[in-house]
Design a protein around this ligand. Structure first.
Ligand code: DX5
Ligand code: ZN
Length: 237
């Protein structure tokens, strides 16, 4: 029997910028800037050219970056065909949370166990076409569920509003679960995410291209937190 994930008593709004569309020749500089502007964590998109039709960075780059920023919470979003293969390397690279795709894992429980045993938090991601039903039996052993709001592979795509039904279902059934959204999220789509119940917000282009990153992150965090507070006050908790 696998150990259940420990849930926080209360969830809070967190903004995790994705640096995918940043100037990657300045990866460290851009990351430091995001953190100084109030990023709650950094979301690193790892792609292998098989699970998605694109290649980005791997653990050698993650290791160099994370070892220079030891106080920052790093999530790696593993868009890879064999998620079990990179667990140990990412754990050695100071990664705090390993988010893998349910569609890619041959044995989700085993992948979850390996991630936890290596000392990282467990995130499970769902592509737009994957129903929440496919992760239901693993929610108790996961720290976070990521609902993709674009097809994984590229930054700068259009937000898929119908995905909010999945977020809503998860929030109604799991009031203290960390629920993340990723893809096309920015000031114009944040309200839909907040209202549906997401509390961990990945945003790439909208933050990277903003003239004032701090303002955009604050605005999105406040929006999400206001819905969390509203929900908690009506639940009387
Ligand atoms: C897409 C990635 C996302 C993406 C976010 O495959 O997982 O993290 O880069 O970027 P925007 O916010 O531009 O969609
Ligand atoms: Zn991502």
């Amino acid at each position: 029997m696998m150990e259940k994930a420990k849930r926080p008593e209360r969830i809070s709004a967190k903004i995790g910028p994705s640096i995918l569309n940043a100037d990657l020749s300045k990866l460290h500089e851009e990351s430091v800037k995001l953190v100084s502007c109030g990023a709650d964590y950094l979301h690193l998109d790892v792609m292998d050219g098989h699970f998605v039709p694109n290649i980005t960075i791997g653990h050698p780059v993650v290791k160099c970056l994370a070892s220079k920023m030891k106080n920052v919470f790093f999530e790696t979003h593993m868009m890879v065909s064999n998620p079990d293969q990179w667990i140990e390397d990412m754990s050695q690279s100071h990664v705090d949370q390993y988010t893998f795709h349910v569609e890619a894992s041959k044995d989700v429980k085993t992948t979850c166990r390996k991630v936890r045993e290596s000392g990282m938090k467990v995130g499970i991601a769902l592509k737009p076409g994957t129903p929440t039903k496919s992760v239901e039996e693993y929610i108790d052993i996961a720290d976070m569920i990521l609902i993709m709001t674009v097809e994984p592979g590229f930054g700068g795509q259009k937000f898929m509003d119908p995905m909010m039904a999945k977020v809503k279902w998860l929030r109604e059934n799991y009031p203290t679960l960390d629920i993340e959204v990723d893809g096309g999220v920015g000031p114009s789509t944040i309200k839909a995410c907040a209202e549906a119940g997401a509390n961990m917000i990945v945003s790439g282009t909208a933050i990277i291209s903003a003239p004032n990153q701090k303002t955009v992150m604050n605005e999105m965090r406040e929006c999400v937190q206001s819905y969390i507070d509203k929900r908690q006050s009506t639940q009387g908790s």
